[in-house]
Design a protein around this ligand. Structure first.
Ligand SMILES: Nc1ncnc2c1ncn2[C@@H]1O[C@H](COP(=O)(O)OP(=O)(O)OP(=O)(O)O)[C@@H](O)[C@H]1O
Ligand SMILES: [Mg+2]
Length: 338
């Protein structure tokens, strides 16, 4: 194994320049990361062959240490610059190692967004509860708003409790620490989910229809599958104006290799989801912002949980929607093998 072999195989880009500014070494990864062909830069003055500003600056400054370097294609690299010295300590040039840290940066960003949203969503209701309690104390139990203020405190606390439960659920399912999976019949679970949402549908005079087979055996945790279906049906009812229709169907289809799939569809005749929002609706806390959805309550976690549940049992979920006409969520689950 040679040093050059190692340098040639690593995914990190390595560039070394001598005191006179000539590129002495550029490994294979510089092509992938910086779009430079190693053999056309080696032996030539760095400032002549590299026209990418941030990299030129890095070498012109030549400060040893770690920094971040934006890459030409929008990725982000960690740049670690060292002074190259002889065994006698004489400086002979500079070398930089670039490592793609885009994924890490994205994760960090997601974590920050998540913490910001959670702290906002948990903190503002606490302020509401504390404010209402102060109000109650000042106005005393005989004030005419007493009942209503107590109810508001109760509702706000319930909202927080729901949010915390949702967050804990996502965490548990993602960590694989959830309820045990077993072969189960989807049909009674779907019927139970329909039963849970039916009162809301009736209140809004929305027709709730089911088209279910006699039996559909999948491998999942019944309570989680029910939760996923309730989320989808509840959305259908929530985002469909009065007089509309929500349909839940399930059907079996045989796959080529003898494996089968159960396809569940929840479709509605409601508001629809604008095309620009479609790619994001499964993200945690994502809600469509429009005048039509402004007064509909929710935290934007329902679909994130649903997707986590579906994917944790090897299934897939997708959404199709036409603005103003309706939305269809399709869940495909592998049939449990006997
Ligand atoms: N059937 C649907 N029709 C139209 N828009 C929908 C539908 N289902 C989801 N959406 C949009 O996707 C967003 C995310 O849905 P999700 O269920 O994750 O959150 P939510 O319903 O806002 O809150 P909750 O956490 O209470 O479920 C919703 O805010 C809504 O804008
Ligand atoms: Mg929802």
């Amino acid at each position: 194994m040679t040093m050059l072999g190692v340098l040639g195989s690593t995914a990190d880009a390595v560039i070394a320049m001598n005191q006179g500014g000539l590129v002495l070494l550029a490994n294979g990864a510089v092509r992938q990361m910086l779009g430079l062909a190693p053999d056309t830069v080696e032996g030539r003055p760095l400032l002549e062959v590299v026209d990418y500003g941030p990299l030129r600056e890095l070498f012109v400054k030549g400060t040893p240490g770690i920094s971040e370097l934006p890459l030409p294609d929008g990725r982000i690299a960690q740049a670690s610059m060292v002074q190259v010295v002889t065994p006698f300590g004489e400086p002979v040039g500079l070398a930089v190692v670039l490592r793609d840290i885009t994924l890490l940066k994205n994760l960090e960003q997601m974590k920050n967004d998540f913490v910001n949203t959670v702290s906002h969503d948990l903190k503002s209701p606490i302020t509401v509860i504390a404010g209402l309690a102060d109000l109650l104390r000042m106005a005393g139990p005989t004030n005419p708003g007493f009942e209503k203020q107590c109810q508001d405190i109760r509702d706000t606390a319930q909202h927080m409790a729901d949010l915390v439960t949702d967050l804990l659920d996502i965490g548990k399912i993602e960590a694989g620490l959830d309820a045990a999976r077993e072969p189960m019949d989807l049909v009674p679970v779907a019927e139970e989910a329909l039963r849970i949402v039916r009162p809301n549908a009736q209140r809004k005079t929305i027709e709730l229809r089911a088209d279910l087979p006699a039996e559909a055996i999948v491998t999942a945790a019944p309570i989680r599958l029910k939760q996923a279906l309730v989320n989808l049906i509840d959305n259908g009812v929530k985002y469909t104006p009065s007089g509309g229709k929500v349909t839940v169907s399930a059907a079996f289809s045989a796959g080529g290799d003898g494996a089968g799939t159960v396809t569940i569809r929840v479709s509605d005749t409601g508001l629809g989801i604008p095309a620009r929002d479609l790619p994001h609706v499964f993200d945690k806390f994502y809600r469509v912002k429009s005048t039509a959805t402004r007064d509909i309550a929710g935290t934007g976690l329902g679909l994130a949980i649903t997707r986590t549940i579906v994917e944790s049992v090897g299934g897939r979920i997708r959404v199709e929607s036409v603005g103003g006409t309706g939305t269809t969520f399709t869940v495909e689950l592998p049939v449990a093998r006997a």
